[in-house]
Design a protein around this ligand. Sequence first.
Ligand code: GDP
Length: 488
Amino acid sequence: MTSEDTIVALATPPGRGGLGVVRLSGERAIEITTQLVRLPHAVGAIHELPLRTQRATLGEFIEPAPIGSGPDTGRVLDQVVVTCFRRPKSYTGEDVVEIACHGAPVVLAYLVERALAQGARAAEPGEFTLRAFLNGRIDLTQAEAIRDLIEARTLYQAQVAAQQMEGSVSARLKPHKKVLLELIAKLEAGIDFAEDDVSVAGWEEITAELGRISGDLEKLVRGYEYGRLVREGLSLAVVGRPNVGKSSLFNRLLNQDRAIVTAAPGTTRDLVSESAEIGGLPLRFVDTAGIREATDEAEKIGVAKSLEAIADSNLRLLVVDASEPWTEEDAGILSKVQPLGSLVVALNKSDLPQRLAVSDFVGAGFGSTSLTAPSLSRGTPAPRGMVMTSALSGAGIAELKEQILAAAVPARDGGAEGEFITNLRHRQLIQQSLDSLAKARRAAAEHAHHEMLLLDLYDALHALDTLTGTTCADDVLGVIFSTFCVGK
Ligand code: GDP
C-alpha cells in the first residue's frame, strides 16, 4: 500500500440501484477520469482538466475508442455525473473524483475495471479513510466514528457517531494533553537547567493538576458503560414457561410479526435472535431455548448454555401468564434467573380474567401469593419492574419498554452526546493513561525524583496520543482500518 497510488472503488453497496458511485483518490484521479468519461469541454483538450472543484459535471462514460481513433469516438455506456474535489479540500486530502452512474452493476464493474486499466489500484477496505487520517484531515477517533456512523442501526447511534466524527472525543482530551505537556515541559526545564534559576512546578500544583485530569478521565471511563450500550445495543433474554406469550411480546417489542406464534402449548418456536430498537438503542433478543429441568446429559449441556447466555444478557424479561395461577414452573424459572442480575417481569394476558396481579407480588416479593411458589431466597435483588401487559391488545407495552430501559441502562454521566465514549479501544487507553497518572500522583506525593515523575507523565500522555492517533503503530492502524468496508 503506498499513498502514491491512485485508488479506485465502488463507493455504494453492490447491486442494482438508482445510482452507483465509483470513487477515485490520488494524484492521477482527475487524469484517469478524463480517459474514461467524455466531459463537455474536454474534446481535444484533455489536459486542461475540465472538472471544476466541488462542482458536478455531466458527462458520458464511453467504451474505449478503437486504436487510432480519437478519445471521443467510443460508444456511450452511461450518462454520468462527475464531482471533483481537488486536494487538499477533499475527503482524503488528495484529488478525489466521484463518478455517479445509474446503478447498473455491470456498468459500475466495467467502470472500475477501466480505471484499473488506466493505472488505478483497487482500494483496500477503509483505504480512503486511512488516507484522510494519514493526510491529517481527521484524527483516529474521527475515522472510527465514520465507521460507526455507517454501521449505525438506530438514528440515535448515528447521532452519537456524528458528534464523534466532528471530533468530540479529541476535543474533550485536548485540554488534558495540553496540561500534561506543560507539566512535562516545566519538569524537563527543571532538570535540564537545574543549576539555573528556573521555576519548577511545585508538588502541590502538580498533584492538583493531575487530580483534575484523573477526575475527568474517570468520568469518561464510567460513561463507557452507557456508551457501550449505545454502540453494541442492549441484549434482552426473554424467559418464561411455554405458551405464556414470550413470542407475542417479542413481536410487540419488534413492532412486527417475526417470531412464529402458535396456540398449542410447547409448539412455539423459540425466540429468534432479532433486532429492534428501544429508546434509540438497538435491542437484541437472546435465544433462550429451554431452561426447563433437563433429563439427559445433552439437554443438561443445552440448559447450561442457555443459562450462560441469559446471564450474559444486559437484562432478563420474565414473562408470566396472568390468566393462570402461579405455578411451580414459574417459580423454578424465576429462581434460576433472578440471581443473574437485573430483571423485569411482564404479567401477560392482562386482557383475560386475571388470576395474578402485581399486588400479589409486591411487599414480600414473588411467591408470597398463597398460590404455590416458594418464596424468594434472601439476598437476591428484588425485581426492578413489574408490568401488566397484553401482547394481544398492546396494553402495557409502552410501560414495558420504559421498564426495560430503566432497568438496563446505567445513569449517564454528563448529558450531551460528546460526554461519553463508546469505543472499547478508547476506554482501554484512557484507563492506561489513568494508571500512569495514578503512579505520577504517588511519585509526586513521595516527592520522588523528577525523572521518575516524568516517565509516568510521558506514559499518561502517550496513551492519550495513541487514542487520537497522534502516535500510533502501523499494525494498530491496520487492525482499525481493516474493519471498514471497501470504498470508504
Ligand atoms: P410463548 O410460548 O411463550 O412464546 O407464547 P406465544 O407467544 O406463542 O403465545 C401462546 C398463545 O398465547 C398464543 O395463542 C397467543 O396468541 C396467546 N397470547 C399471547 N399473548 C397473549 C395476550 O396478551 N393475551 C391473550 N389473550 N393471548 C395471548
